[in-house]
Design a protein around this ligand. Sequence first.
Ligand code: AKG
Ligand code: FE2
Length: 226
Amino acid sequence: MLVRIPDVLSKTQVSEMRHLIDGANWVDGNVTSGSQAALAKQNEQLAGDTLQAQQAGNIILDALQTNPLFISAALPHKVYPPLFNRYAGGQNFGNHVDNSIRPLPNSDFRIRTDLSATLFLAEPDSYDGGELIIDDTYGSHSIKLDAGDMILYPSTSLHRVTPVTRGVRVASFFWLQSMVRDDGQRTLLFDMDRSIQALTASNPDHPSIVQLTGVYHNLVRRWATV
Ligand SMILES: O=C(O)CCC(=O)C(=O)O
Ligand SMILES: [Fe+2]
């Protein structure tokens, strides 16, 4: 399931973040790649151990913690500290599937990557190309979002970023381990949660809301690992 999470960051937060990271220490993007991805990857990445990367990453993590759409869609268990990349001058990222397990350097933190995320930090009209193309069983999806919006997609997906032929595409990207590993089960829970929210908004006294909410939680209890 692909889910767009709009307005993870406000426009003001995006411009403050760009101010923070644009002049920081950018290095060859292959510092975090697996060997297959390294062949496909041409971009720059903000060095993960810089103060700017950590501060900017924390702003994103704080915003996500209070984003109901993100929580409902991802059911996050562990989130990898956000990384930052940029593409310009024809740079691109060829077809790849993200590594399954991601250790965090110099720590015992490691996650299974269930979901991948790209949070766009440049307005789409400021660069040409740079679409994130994600393949699933319905075909290929071309994603290019407003600055501040994020796409969440299963880490099992084959994906790529098309060459950036004008301007600069800046984004944050990261992975997370969900409490519910299976994408199909997570999608059912997301659909059910959204239906309960819609019913509660339109008909707050409906007698089935309590029972449906109970079923939702009992399914989470059955499927989640924490
Ligand atoms: O830049 C993006 O949107 C995706 C980056 C990516 O696929 C990766 O770093 O594995
Ligand atoms: Fe990727």
